[in-house]
Ligand binder design. Structure first.
Ligand code: NAD
Length: 476
């Protein structure tokens, strides 16, 4: 069921002299070899993307939309096959991978609709003159997608670029290439012209360094860590190339005194364990009103401890392994540091088993402000539960990181909600739910969580330029 892996350049699949191993994180066994692009492959991708842009930017929006919709339909039809590949390479439970494929298809479907709504406007002008504003495709996009959502993360970038009339060179994550490979297959089968979508893999720094330096590349779109995002932004700034950055998060959850602590605790634990916590909107820092602390903590810890951890292919599994071996020492170090500084480990905390990259659901309580985990995104199944005495304290704590992606609260009080809407420094705020985004809602961060938005009515803005045209009826 795992696809044959290749580079997709100018509408054709190709192999390369050098290869990288793709490993199943649940078993640590190699499942495939991935071609590693060399400099000439990247140059071919650039030439192809320039040719693709000439064709695609002149293709009628409705035709672009139809092609994207045909590809999305194929992805839905291939849901089982794609989900199976995702679980093999990334580890998440098959049920979650099935949902990811549908979410990816929905991103494409939303963008396909937006392709036909990139309206300009007419500005009133003096007689004999007209002012009009046109939105035009920005050009070739160099995009980089991460390994936590192998299909839906590439879908965000490809959907936005193609809907806007751009061509794209995507470097998807080397650890989880199959999601993007399936997308490229669907677009090839849907009749996308050659060169509009190009897919490469290899050495991330080499590829980004080469592509971002090219004049042809007019937008750099990245999802991943703040550190890499900052590096790519610096590279892009040398060429004045704009960037779309969807970076890390460290989501706070404020649990107010008027909520149901047990329901909130169960919801928090279930959401934290989704994709083994490897989600940029994962709820991590729970600030719980003193009066509810014990019952919230008990419900959370009970549900977290009961989570069935295992191979994502097993039907009973609720949480799979971490996607790569780097996460295990990184998570263990965060727990050790917090414990040394006075936090209490309520459950989990050390590697689970000795085969596969498993880390158990972990709950840290009463974590001091100077513990690293209060500032560093764990990107794993670790939650912090701390008591707070007031909403003032909760908001101050919630804002006390460099991140500002998702934030959550449980409350029904209108005055609390009003303050949260106005005072939480996040790009996405959710009340009484730990869901953060839908294809039709704009998603992105503030502060070090990046800038630009994916999805929603704002989703194509970064992929387009604004041109003002002043047309005078006579020479003036
Ligand atoms: P990392 O920062 O090394 O890599 C993150 C992603 O960036 C990977 O897909 C990688 O291939 C890519 N990358 C790395 N260096 C690059 C470069 N020079 N040019 C282009 N792409 C490059 O970290 P990691 O160990 O893979 O992941 C851990 C951290 O990444 C987490 O702590 C989390 O903050 C972040 N992350 C965030 C998201 C997200 O959705 N925002 C997704 C995955 C990872």
């Amino acid at each position: 069921m795992y696809p044959d892996l290749g580079l997709f350049i100018a509408g054709k699949w190709r192999k390369a002299a050098q290869e990288l191993a793709v490993v199943n994180p649940a078993t640590e066994q190699e499942i495939a070899r991935l071609p590693r692009a060399g400099r000439s492959d990247l140059d071919d991708a650039l030439t192809a993307a320039e040719a693709g842009l000439r064709v695609w930017s002149r293709t009628a929006p409705r035709e672009r939309s139809d092609t994207i919709l045909r590809a999305a339909r194929l992805m839905r039809e291939r849901q089982h096959e794609i989900a199976h590949s995702i679980t093999l390479e990334q580890g998440k439970p098959l049920r979650q991978a099935m949902l990811e494929v549908i979410r990816g298809a929905e991103f494409f479907e939303w963008d396909a609709g937006e392709a036909m709504r990139t309206y300009g406007r007419v500005i009133p002008a003096a007689h004999g003159h007209s002012f009009s504003v046109h939105h035009q495709p920005i050009g070739v996009v160099a995009a980089f997608s991460p390994w936590n959502f192998p299909m839906s993360q590439p879908a965000r970038k490809i959907g936005g670029a193609l809907a806007a009339g751009c061509s794209i060179i995507l470097k998807a994550a080397e650890e989880t290439p199959a999601g993007a490979i399936h997308i490229a297959c669907a677009f090839a089968d849907a009749g996308l012209p050659p060169g509009v979508l190009n897919l490469v893999f290899g050495d991330p720094a080499e590829i980004s360094g080469h592509l971002i330096a090219q004049d042809a590349v007019r937008l750099v779109a990245f999802t991943g860590s703040t550190a890499v995002g900052r590096h790519l932004t610096t590279l892009a700034s040398h060429h004045m190339t704009p960037v779309l950055m969807e970076l890390g998060g460290h989501a706070p959850v404020i649990v107010c005194e008027d909520t149901d602590p047990r329901a909130a605790g169960v919801s928090g634990a279930e959401r934290k364990m989704r994709n083994a916590g490897q989600v940029c909107t994962s709820p991590t820092r729970f600030f719980v009103h003193d009066s509810l602390f014990d019952s919230f903590r008990d419900a959370f810890v009970e549900r977290a401890t009961a989570t069935v951890v295992g191979n994502g292919m097993d039907a009973a599994t609720e949480m799979g392994p971490c996607a790569n071996d780097r996460r295990i020492p990184a998570l263990a170090a965060l727990v050790e540091d917090a414990e040394r500084k006075g936090a209490k480990v309520a459950t989990g905390g050390i590697r689970h088993g000795d085969r596969g990259y498993f880390f158990p659901p972990t709950v840290l309580m009463n974590v001091p402000d100077d513990a690293r985990i209060m500032q560093e995104e764990p990107f794993g199944p670790i939650a912090v539960i701390n008591p707070v005495g007031s909403l003032d304290e909760a908001i101050a704590q919630a804002n006390a990181t460099p991140f500002g992606l998702a934030g959550y609260a449980f409350t029904n009080r209108a005055d609390h909600i009003d303050r949260l809407v106005n005072e939480l420094e996040v790009g996405n705020l959710s009340i009484n739910t730990l869901e953060a985004s839908m294809p039709e809602t704009p998603f992105g961060g503030v502060k070090s969580s990046g800038h630009g938005r994916e999805g929603g009515a704002e989703g194509l803005d970064n992929y387009m330029t604004v041109k003002h045209v002043w047309h005078s009826a006579r020479i003036t």
